[in-house]
Design a protein around this ligand. Structure first.
Ligand SMILES: [Zn+2]
Ligand SMILES: [Zn+2]
Length: 257
């Protein structure tokens, strides 16, 4: 089996950028493809990474802000396009409690444009108030609430070899992230703003580093980078708190775990 790998599809935010597309991360576990968040531009970046929408088996949402969810509608609509309807595997969408309500809102607007044939799509809601977990064929998912929106959850994915990847989604500093990421092989962590521009509900390089250091993760990737981040030395700021292996995300960066 191929080693589990991560591709950062979008390292950016809601701010339009040719360099940093909105939030999306692809994790490949063997033949299984997991998409984490789908901000605007995700399908384009998937194609650049050599992945068609029909290849995606799971989409997990950290929360419902448009820079993390907006491509869901065109993703499902494109899946329905008759001449390219090549999906023959179930699409599972996982998210915190409230996703069904969110999705029903999309259905109220878009109707059948966002409905797949019976048995082609399932929704799995995860607890947004405490720990939750699910075992799937090739991986386990564990979640904890994050500090951003009511529905926010962070994800820990563990493959059958025991390799673990944690995705924070958007969050402020929280002990839940430290415990979710404990000993993880890779932490993909938001670091929305530089240290000097700390914003409520988000982390900075040194705060993300502090979470990673206390969780003793084996590698840290900083992502969800607003344009302000590209004007400072993110590595130096993160080094104030974290000494381990460190990457600053770029679109289409691939990491083997
Ligand atoms: Zn957000
Ligand atoms: Zn965001």
């Amino acid at each position: 089996m191929n080693p589990t790998s991560v591709t950062i599809l979008g390292s950016g935010t809601c701010v339009p950028s040719l360099k940093r597309s909105a939030c999306a991360v692809l994790i490949k576990i063997g033949a299984t493809k997991l998409l984490f968040d789908s901000g605007p531009g995700t399908m384009h970046r998937l194609l650049e990474a050599g992945i068609e929408i029909f290849d995606v088996d799971f989409i997990f949402y950290s929360h419902f802000h448009p820079d993390h969810t907006a491509e869901l509608v065109p993703f499902i609509f494109a899946t329905k396009y008759p001449d390219s309807n090549k999906r023959n595997a179930l699409l599972t969408i996982g998210a915190g409690n409230g996703f069904r309500h969110f999705f029903n809102g999309l259905k109220a607007v878009y109707g059948e444009y966002v409905e797949l044939p019976e048995g082609m799509m399932r929704i799995v809601e995860l607890d947004n108030n405490g720990p939750d977990s699910r075992q799937f064929a090739s991986f386990m998912v564990e979640t904890l609430p994050m500090k951003h929106r009511q529905e926010s959850i962070g994800y820990r994915i563990t493959d059958s070899d025991g390799k673990s990847i944690v995705y924070s989604g958007d969050t402020d500093a929280t002990e839940n992230l430290v415990s979710l990421a404990a000993g993880a092989d890779l932490l993909i962590c938001e670091s929305a703003m530089p240290d000097a521009l700390k914003t409520p509900g988000h982390l900075t390089p040194s705060l993300a580093g502090d979470m990673a250091a206390r969780a003793k993760v084996k590698k840290l990737v900083l992502t969800h980078l607003y344009p302000e981040c590209d004007q400072v030395d993110l590595t130096a700021q993160c080094r104030r708190t974290y000494a381990g292996p460190l990457l600053i995300a770029e679109d289409l960066m691939r990491i083997e775990v």
